[in-house]
Write a protein that binds this ligand. Structure first.
Ligand SMILES: [Mg+2]
Length: 256
């Protein structure tokens, strides 16, 4: 495993002698992280960038996010874009068909009630209920990270077969076991128009490392946004640098 460190230089652009598929995380990758997940800023330039890339790559572009697809649609308003939401527990294929995992829903319901009761007692915590997963945001109570981790781990440990807990940047995610961004990516790569294409994945968070692992297995291009340890081979500093890099790629694709 190669752990990369932040580098000021932009990663090389994908060369034109291979067909590529592009996978993108949203928060912290295409848009800056903000105080509340509803407050992210998606502008028309970003929408146009995604639409242009989708055309240039013959539809092989997908957003892979921890958010629910309904939530992604609310912000991106690109209803035909392929997507995987809730870390792979739901997905929309390039034909527009929606799919959702159900095996862990009963256990999640039991956990949901207990987490909700906890959040109701603390105004600084925010529970994002995505349907097939839960996200507990603690940005406004950062000192609670350790205790929340212990409490949530105890809750999840009652359902080790079907649930798992992940910690992101000021967020704990409770989700179905066996679903992650790597699984989401692999699923797309097995279906048209992604089949036989070489994956590029850009992400910023710990949960994106699963996607990077899949990309590395396919000898693709894994790009980590920001600082922190990563198995990704390349780096970009922030969402603005991601936009710049994608625009350079668009220019290259349009020239060929
Ligand atoms: Mg992210």
């Amino acid at each position: 495993m190669v752990i990369t460190t932040p580098d000021k230089d932009m990663p090389s652009l994908p060369n034109n002698d291979r067909s590529w598929a592009l996978f993108l995380d949203l928060d912290g990758t295409l848009v800056e992280l903000v105080d509340h997940p509803d407050n992210i800023a998606v502008d028309d330039a970003l929408r146009m960038r995604l639409e242009t890339l989708t055309t240039l790559l013959d539809g092989a572009v997908a957003v892979i996010s921890g958010r629910a697809i309904d939530d992604l649609d609310k912000h991106l308003t690109l209803p035909t874009l392929a997507m995987s939401g809730q870390h792979g527990a739901e997905w929309r294929d390039s034909q527009g068909n929606r799919h959702i995992a159900r095996a862990h829903q009963k256990a999640l319901e039991a956990v949901r009630q207990q987490v909700r009761a906890h959040v109701d007692r603390d105004d600084a915590l925010y529970l994002e209920d995505k349907g097939a997963s839960l996200a507990l945001h603690y940005r406004h109570r950062p000192e609670a990270g350790d205790i929340l981790n212990r409490e949530l781990t105890a809750l999840i440990d009652k359902y080790p077969e079907v649930l798992e807990l992940h910690q992101g940047k000021f967020v704990f995610e409770i989700k179905g076991r066996g679903y992650d961004k790597g699984v989401a990516l692999e699923r797309f790569l097995a279906t048209p128009p992604f089949t036989d294409r070489c994956p590029v994945f850009i992400g910023d968070d710990r949960t994106d490392e699963d996607g990077f692992r899949t990309v590395n297995a396919h000898q693709g291009l894994a790009i980590k946004v920001g600082t922190g340890e990563s198995i990704a081979g390349s780096r970009l500093t922030d969402p603005e640098a991601v936009h710049e890099w994608l625009d350079q790629w668009i220019t290259l694709l349009q020239r060929s």
